[in-house]
Design a protein. Structure first.
Length: 479
């Protein structure tokens, strides 16, 4: 069970907040995420042999197992998304004997996807409160902002440039390739912008604004066509959710964008023009992508059930193959060609669940709420009388605590809208990238599902618990 010290105190905005005492599995999961994104071993070579990310993941999983088994719970929290992530891993394993290079497909599973399964299960079992959801998002915002800042500095110094003047990532992993760098920045720019729009604390809004500017500039320097399209799609979703709440913000962003257009380099516009004008594509990448699209369809048609093996499209060199040693540059064709139809259906299920989880959370948050003045109070007398021994529900929440405060609702609403916008940006970028087994999507999926699970668990309390709650006093939140 989640351990909460039920020490209730009024916040500066008048709501009552329970101080959380964080479990080790959650703290190790945050550490792993920071190490995964920041990759300190790329800057300090001595750290590479320590495998800090792997050690933090192992520590987190061990702590989770001890905590949940001690509480009499299942080893991991099971939901449809956890099952689907495991099923996709099982499909990778089952198709290994049919792979054109079985050892390579096995490496994809053992070196990449098995870690995705374990960390996804860890996130599902530890991100169980609105505050944890918010903190996890901030870790990714700050990490992405750091990578973007490094990128802007590198671009100005002429460092980490590929194909002439395209910015590549300052670290390896998720951010190395210019298109992958743009994909990640676009995806995590969404929650950054929603912090600016809906966060109540001015320092956080200012920090988010600074990070957002740097992320947009770095995305521009990648000169990624898919990144540009994803950025447009993502900001359109944000504009949809924001226009009725803060129309002035949308106007300000549009004006700022128009003023910034003349500052963009001519090479950027030439590359963007190649999206619709083949003559502007001096590198030939546009034509190559079209050939890879057709090639991916042909490979899938030839291997519809088992594919050619996880990670093996680039090694598929049949006599009629034109683009050799190239990935599909399309996440859907990647899964279809490498894992077959069952892998494609499972991956499509995960993407659909990411979207529906966000919409479900928003729908539950919009249901009618009580309007009484003490609708967001807690039973303070019961807390003082022995909160540590009070019954906890399955998510570790005090049975006599008010389930969703206004602050909780705001955090959960921001999360749901952010993940929708981020998913739209990711979906557009991923249509031109082979990122099915990369971490980005599974982090967004975890945040989307965690938000839904938190809303659902905190809105439904057994009626018997409600009727038997007794209090010696009520604390009224200041107006």
């Amino acid at each position: 069970m989640e351990r909460l010290t039920f020490n209730v105190r009024p916040s500066r905005r008048g709501s009552l907040v329970a101080r959380e005492r964080y479990d080790w599995d959650y703290l190790w999961m945050l550490t792993f995420t920071a190490l995964l994104f920041l990759r300190p071993q790329d800057h300090v070579v001595a750290l590479e042999s320590l495998h800090l990310a792997e050690l933090s993941a192992i520590a987190g999983l061990a702590a989770m197992a001890v905590r949940r088994l001690h509480a009499g719970q299942a080893l991991v929290k099971i939901n449809a998304e956890v099952v689907a992530v495991v099923v996709l891993g099982a499909i990778i394993v089952v198709t290994i004997p049919f792979s054109i290079w079985p050892t390579g497909s096995l490496t994809v599973f053992t070196e990449i996807y098995v870690k995705v399964i374990l960390i996804f299960a860890l996130m599902m079992s530890t991100i169980t409160t609105p505050r944890r959801l918010q903190q996890m998002t901030w870790v990714m915002i700050i990490a992405s902002g750091y990578i973007a800042c490094r990128g802007v500095i590198d671009y100005g110094s002429g460092v980490n440039l590929v194909e002439g003047d395209r910015l590549a990532g300052a670290v390896g992993g998720l951010f190395k390739n210019p298109n992958d760098l743009a994909l990640n920045l676009v995806t995590f720019l969404a929650p950054t912008l929603f912090v600016i729009i809906q966060e109540e604390r001015t320092p956080r809004r200012l920090l988010a604004a600074l990070i957002a500017v740097v992320m947009v500039v770095a995305t521009t320097f990648t000169k990624s066509r898919s990144g540009f399209l994803g950025l447009v799609a993502m900001t359109t979703v944000i504009a949809y959710y924001t226009a009725r709440i803060k129309p002035g913000f949308i106007v300000a962003v549009v004006v700022a964008g128009m003023l910034a257009l003349p500052a963009l380099p001519a090479s950027f516009w030439m590359r963007m023009d190649s999206i619709v004008n083949a003559e502007e594509d001096t590198t030939g990448s546009r034509a190559a992508r079209i050939r890879l699209l057709n090639q991916g369809l042909e490979v899938f048609a030839a291997n519809p059930l088992t594919g050619v093996g996880a990670g093996q499209f680039q090694n598929y060199n049949a006599p009629d193959v034109v683009e050799k040693w190239r990935v599909t540059h399309n996440v859907w064709l990647q899964v279809a060609a490498e894992l077959g139809v069952f892998g494609l259906l499972t991956f499509a299920f995960l993407v659909a669940r990411a979207y529906t989880s966000c919409f479900a959370a928003l729908r539950m948050l919009k249901r009618p709420r009580r309007r009484r003045a003490f609708s967001h109070q807690v039973v303070a007398g019961a807390a003082r009388a022995g909160a540590e021994q009070s019954a906890l529900n399955r998510d570790g929440l005090p049975a006599n605590a008010e389930l969703l405060s206004e602050e909780d609702r705001r955090i959960l609403e921001i999360n749901a809208k952010s993940m929708i916008a981020g998913l739209v940006g990711w979906s557009v970028c991923a249509f031109f990238a082979s990122v099915a087994f990369n971490w980005t999507f599974y982090y967004v999926l975890a945040l989307a599902v965690a938000g839904r699970e938190i809303v659902a668990s905190r809105r439904h309390v057994p009626r018997r618990e409600k009727n038997t709650m007794r209090a010696t006093s009520l604390v009224r939140a200041p107006a």
